[in-house]
Design a protein around this ligand. Structure first.
Ligand code: CA
Length: 230
């Protein structure tokens, strides 16, 4: 497994030093930037594998950086911000961030998110254009339109199947309610979101296969859902 090159974007020197020390201690390769302009420059020239991004920067809002980076790159972006409101998380995720960590954060939590990102990157590299998606016991055969859990075929409604495919295409990534309803229904009204919760509940039940401890779909209350890479 190659070591990730991580771009740390943070204007607070104390937090930047803490992150740098943590990454160095755990043998990660990293670069740092303290302004939005320098973050964008390094993101395009050094082509890091992952960006850890503070939202409140002196010259630019972090959400703006996410939008700009997304015009040319799909690199995972983990937002690390003191803004704890759901609306801030949703704005960052909708702009294309992959994950969100609220300050103050623990070093262990940061390292765990990086491990998730590493798994997701490995998975993306090995599973491009495969007609069969697998994750733990879950298997989606896109060509046949069938879903299996171990050796048992799951009977999903067309809507549940569509939802499952959206989650699977973005495995490891937190998807907002509005992102999912846009993908599935092409709109994001309150009634779409209410329907989404209902379909998601039945889908989760079918995916659990009666085992409470197997959680393919994680709920982020007020924000959205994530399919975990098992
Ligand atoms: Ca800041």
């Amino acid at each position: 497994m190659n070591k990730l090159l991580i771009l740390v974007v943070e204007d607070d020197p104390a937090i930047r030093n803490l992150m740098a020390t943590t990454l160095r201690t755990h043998d990660h390769r990293f670069l740092t930037a303290s302004t939005g302009a320098s973050a964008l420059m390094q993101a395009s020239t050094a082509q890091p594998d992952v960006m850890l991004l503070d939202l409140g920067l002196p010259d630019m809002d972090g959400v703006e950086i996410i939008r700009k980076v997304r015009t040319w790159s799909q690199m995972p972006i983990i937002v690390i911000s003191a803004r704890a409101e759901d609306t801030d998380k949703i704005a960052a995720l909708d702009a294309g961030a992959d994950d969100y960590l609220t300050k103050p954060f623990s070093v262990e939590e940061l390292l765990a998110r990086l491990r998730v990102t590493q798994r997701r990157l490995n998975f993306m590299q090995t599973s491009t254009a495969s007609p069969i998606f697998t994750n733990g016991e879950l298997k989606i055969d896109h060509a046949a339109g069938c879903v299996w859990l171990g050796d048992r075929e799951l009977h999903l409604t067309p809507m549940e199947y569509k939802l499952l495919c959206v989650l699977a295409q973005n495995v490891g990534k937190v998807l907002t309610l509005s992102f999912i309803t846009q993908k599935v229904w092409g709109s994001s009204t309150e009634s779409d979101i209410a329907s989404l919760r209902v379909f998601m509940a039945t889908l989760r039940k079918k995916l659990s296969g009666g085992k409470e401890d197997v959680q393919y779909i994680q709920t982020h209350i007020g924000v959205g859902y994530r399919m975990q890479k098992l």
